[in-house]
Design a binder for this molecule. Structure first.
Ligand code: FAD
Length: 391
């Protein structure tokens, strides 16, 4: 039995099987016991807590939906539930996990040959090898499908990669970095498994971020970086294949937003019941209750939305626009929830020790990555009107 938790008002937990709830509880306990006590300090110092990786691996939650290669092969719904549980305590750790397990492992799972999957997925599943995903560039973010500047060229034996990638999470320490580059001959985007020791590969940490400070984002520079044909993702032949990976992981980002909102709501509720002003807990005042109810109603709407989204993913009927709608709605509502959470905590709301300040900052990154709110709106807009408004 899961302990009662305030941020699941419609008891969606009860829709899970006994086994699924056990796994959810295992992740929740891990996040509460091992991560919550250290996360504000690491966030403040912009460092990654490497000491949690071994215990994280023991949860056996990496590569949740994949079949074979040592992966759990659980429903996408469980991937979402896990993303929510991790982000409920810290969004940076859930981003580390989403980049590794979703984007990097997902690229190999969806676009790699069986040999490539055999080589990488079991080690990545056990977190012995860590992955990163390099798509965005200094000059192209939203328009990366059209304007990618990083190039690859086959010299008859190897591929030669040149260019830069920006914002690449985990890349300062990742063992394997998926790099997307445009073939100068075919003009198609191809994917590469780049090892950190590859000559010509360099990753430099991005400093001074105001969100997701634990995530080690890097600028990657590729200078005549030579990659064997055997390390080209064998089933990635155009940007359509890159997009398949993004479609699979975007639902997870919506769940991450839900986790962030839930963490902020739960902290704020707890705080307002304890904090007294004018001789009474501030939770007893109507204006504070109005904030709490607005937060809870938005959170509950988000939760039911992403629950159905993952069910559709498991039913095999998820489209890009389904995932985009959830990303749009959840990242917007999360911004509103974290800001109300901060407000009801008064000055303490901007102190790291009360957790909510971290959620406020991290919600900004959720709003912009894996397709900004605007780009995801355009994806939905195109689907419902038949008109593309991208350019
Ligand atoms: P731009 O594309 O320059 O957009 C700027 C603004 O213009 C946005 O508001 C955007 O919505 C708007 N805009 C652009 N085009 C249009 C249009 N046609 N109509 C209306 N509005 C438009 N990338 C990776 O490859 N790997 C990672 O691991 C990774 N991790 C990240 C982690 C963090 C913390 C962040 C912030 C980003 C990360 N990214 C990563 C990059 C992320 O995916 C991009 O930031 C995102 O795609 C937006 O690109 P951009 O920042 O260049 O913004």
């Amino acid at each position: 039995q899961l302990p009662p938790i305030d941020g699941d008002f419609y008891n969606l937990d009860l829709k899970l099987t006994e086994e699924q709830r056990e796994l959810q509880l295992k992740v929740r306990n891990f996040m509460e016991d091992e991560v919550r006590p250290l996360v504000n300090d690491y966030w403040n110092k912009a460092k990654f807590p490497f000491e949690i990786i071994e215990k994280f691996a023991q949860l056996n939650i990496t590569g949740v939906p994949y079949e074979g290669y040592g992966c759990p092969n659980l429903p996408f719904l469980m991937e979402g539930i896990i993303a929510q549980e991790i982000a409920r305590v810290d969004v940076s750790i859930s981003t580390f996990f989403g980049v590794h397990s979703g984007l990097a492992m997902g690229s190999i799972y969806l676009c790699g040959s069986d040999e490539q999957k055999q080589e990488w997925l079991p080690k990545m599943q056990r977190l012995e090898k860590i992955g990163a995903f390099g798509l965005t560039e200094p000059n192209v973010g939203s328009a990366v499908s059209q304007g990618m500047e990083t190039t690859c060229k086959f010299d008859g034996e190897n591929w030669i990669l040149n260019g830069q990638k920006k914002w690449i999470g985990n890349a300062t320490f990742a063992d394997v970095i998926i790099i997307w580059a445009k073939d100068v001959d075919s003009h198609q985007v191809k994917g590469f498994i780049v090892r950190k020791e590859n000559p010509g590969f360099q990753a430099e940490k991005m400093e001074d971020k105001m969100a997701l400070r634990i995530v080690q984002n890097a600028i990657i520079t590729l200078t005549d970086c030579k990659i064997a044909e055997s390390d080209r993702l064998q089933n990635a032949n155009s940007f359509k294949d890159t997009a398949k990976v993004l479609k699979m992981t975007r639902a997870g980002v919506a769940w991450q937003a839900v986790g962030c909102a839930r963490g902020a709501y739960e902290s704020a509720l707890k705080y307002t019941k304890k904090r007294e002003q004018f001789g009474k807990p501030i939770a007893s005042y109507q204006l504070v209750q109005n904030h709490l109810v607005e937060m809870l109603s938005n959170l509950t709407a988000m939760q039911t939305m992403v629950f159905r989204l993952s069910e559709m993913q498991d039913e095999g009927i998820l489209t890009d626009e389904h995932a985009s709608l959830a990303k749009v709605y959840c990242s917007m509502r999360t911004r509103d929830i974290v800001s109300r959470a901060r407000e009801v905590m008064g000055g303490n709301g901007i102190l790291l020790e009360h957790d909510v300040a971290r959620f406020v900052a991290d919600a900004e990154a959720i709003y912009s990555y894996e397709g900004t709110k605007e780009i995801n709106s355009l994806i939905v807009g195109r689907a419902i009107t038949g008109y593309s408004a991208f350019v």
